[in-house]
Ligand binder design. Structure first.
Ligand code: SF4
Ligand SMILES: [Zn+2]
Ligand SMILES: [Zn+2]
Length: 314
């Protein structure tokens, strides 16, 4: 198969776009499309200070690479969760993030959960009811909190993550399956910030299939951690991705259509009349100063406070 734009052999065929491209044209297509999405969804501009959440995986490293190429100034944030297991997941993913930052002369901020809170995510999960079955709930809460805190305190204008279309379609599938209107209302390419302490968030890759970012990393020679976090085994999001992959095989473009139709419905006000969406007033957490709707400490401080109590008791 030939490239649509020249006579060279195509290296990728995107059936959902009916577009096949050679390596050279693919490497310019993905950044051009990214720029288009950044503008279309009013994510940020070149005057903004951008913080990229870097996990050492392909999507976040590709995103950081593409932003550099497009002339955006972006620092990275790596959160060391202290997850070990067979292949020292956190250590390895940090190594890939460090190597990328060093070889591209970029600033990488590292936040170490164990140093900050006195225990790794796995240790915390083993000590609390919330993480009894899986550490993901504690991990998600911790990551969201640290990303917001570092972003806000560092005076960044926006926090960007490498979520791709496969991630977003799986999230949407899960939210729709349980009809979680509040979550649906907050899902999208951009989540606006709040002057009371929430940083704006954006997902510039939300319309790219995972295979598209994977192809880009391969063609650009970006090294990343292949292994998933050991705790991801059996995650619902993986199950939803498998179902959506099956649908995509039968009908190419299904995921994109699902996501875009959702965005259109949202634009037309589909999720704005829910009474649960009435904004809860925010105040500062007594311990960390981050915004919270609770009368004393935020969920993050309460959770880590319990972990510390149990560590002392043991
Ligand atoms: S799979 Fe691993 S990194 Fe992801 S939320 Fe769960 S514990 Fe955290
Ligand atoms: Zn070409
Ligand atoms: Zn707090």
């Amino acid at each position: 198969m030939k490239c649509r734009k020249c006579d060279n052999k195509a290296v990728i065929n995107m059936r959902q776009h009916k577009l096949a491209l050679c390596s050279h044209h693919y490497l310019s297509w993905l950044p051009e499309k990214t720029e288009h999405f950044i503008t279309k969804y009013k994510m940020f501009d070149r005057a903004d200070r951008i913080l990229v959440a870097v996990s050492g995986g392909k999507d976040s490293l590709v995103l950081w690479d593409v932003l550099q190429q497009l002339g955006y100034e972006a620092d990275g944030l790596y959160i060391d969760l202290g997850i070990d297991g067979e292949y020292a997941y956190s250590e390895e993913s940090k190594r890939y993030s460090d190597e990328f930052a060093n070889s591209n002369n970029l600033k990488l901020i590292v936040a170490e959960v164990t140093k900050m809170e006195g225990a790794s995510i796995l240790k915390a999960a083993s000590l609390t009811h919330r993480g009894k079955d899986k550490p993901c709930s504690i991990c998600g809460l911790t990551k969201r909190h640290i990303m917001n805190r570092v972003g806000f305190e560092g005076n960044y204008d926006v926090l960007v993550t490498g979520h791709n279309l496969d991630d977003e379609a799986a999230l949407l599938f899960g939210n729709a399956l349980n009809w979680q209107v509040g979550y649906l209302a907050r899902q999208g390419p951009v989540l606006d910030g709040n002057p009371n302490g929430f940083i704006k968030r954006a997902k510039p890759f939300c319309r790219f299939y995972e295979r598209e970012t994977a192809a880009y990393s391969l063609l650009r020679g970006i090294d990343y951690i292949y292994e998933e976090c050991p705790s991801a085994v059996g995650a619902k999001s993986i199950y939803f991705k498998e179902i959506l992959n099956q649908m995509e095989m039968d009908r190419p473009g299904t995921k994109l259509q699902f996501y875009l139709a959702f965005l259109r419905a949202k634009e037309n006000g589909a999720f704005t009349s829910d009474p649960g969406l009435i904004e809860t007033p925010l105040r500062k957490c007594d311990s960390c100063g981050q915004p919270t709707s609770s009368p004393d400490e935020c969920a993050y401080c309460r959770m880590w406070g319990r972990v510390r109590e149990r560590m002392e008791a043991n």
